[in-house]
Write a new protein. Structure first.
Length: 243
């Protein structure tokens, strides 16, 4: 297997789920946090559509934002229903057979039903995502998932909940779970611009900032803001694709 995550070096160290002001469950600490929403099976019948960040040049600095590293990988949705796991890309491709480590991690989880949104990556020896290794297809068995959202869990559709609450659910869902699927580190609050500067100095792709109080919406959203490091190879790839 490849390098184990998560790593964020000097940029982020937030313990997943510890968001100032996050909604918490008043009962047993280990119990998953969610409210009754649209039934899971109804949600599964309606295809999940990815929430996509809006490009910007400036990182939001307000207290209501959560900041995550923008990983250089493939956006992936992990769906589990009983003993069946499927991995879906943004373009609707089924990549279940492509990334066995992620599938194995999903099947080992105690929860039988969930939908997770994240980024499939290959980590280099420095703990930084390596897109060239990922794209080469020579390391498919080393690809793991940095999970940053949970859309459905244990029979419930969580998309109407605020991000802070979904983060809490995600952290508890993946806490102490097998290698192959990890909660992506994040920081909350006005530290965003400083984090972006540190990310650029570390050679990372950039930041994605998200409003902590908003639901998960389909399609392009201004509640999610991405700011890219212009010196990163991924920025050049995007520019070339638009020529």
């Amino acid at each position: 297997m490849g390098i184990k995550g998560p790593k964020w070096g000097e940029v982020g160290h937030k313990i997943p789920g510890e968001i100032p002001g996050a909604i918490s469950h008043s009962g047993t600490p280990d119990k998953l946090v969610y409210q009754r929403r649209r039934p899971y099976l109804e949600a599964m019948r309606n295809a999940f559509e990815f929430c996509l960040p809006t490009a910007a040049k400036v990182v939001p600095a307000g207290r209501d934002w959560i900041h995550e590293i923008k990983y250089d990988g493939y956006r992936l949705r992990v769906e589990r229903s009983g003993k069946t796991v499927r991995l879906w890309t943004r373009n609707g491709h089924n990549w279940t057979s492509r990334f066995p480590w992620i599938v194995e991690a999903a099947l080992k989880n105690r929860e039988q039903q969930f939908v997770i949104d994240g980024e499939a990556v290959v980590l280099g020896v420095d703990g930084v995502s390596d897109f060239s290794a990922l794209h080469s297809r020579r390391h498919d068995d080393e690809v793991q998932l940095y999970a940053f959202d949970v859309l459905a869990l244990g029979g419930e559709d969580l998309r109407p909940l605020p991000l802070s609450m979904r983060k809490t659910n995600l952290a508890r869902l993946l806490r102490g779970r097998p290698d192959g699927m990890f909660v992506a580190p994040f920081e909350a609050g006005e530290i965003g611009p400083d984090l972006f500067g540190a990310a650029c100095r570390m050679g990372l792709e950039g930041l994605v900032s998200k409003r902590r109080d908003r639901r998960y919406g389909a399609g392009r959203s201004k509640d999610w803001i991405k700011v890219k490091n212009r010196a990163h190879p991924a920025f050049t790839r995007v520019m070339d694709a638009h020529k």
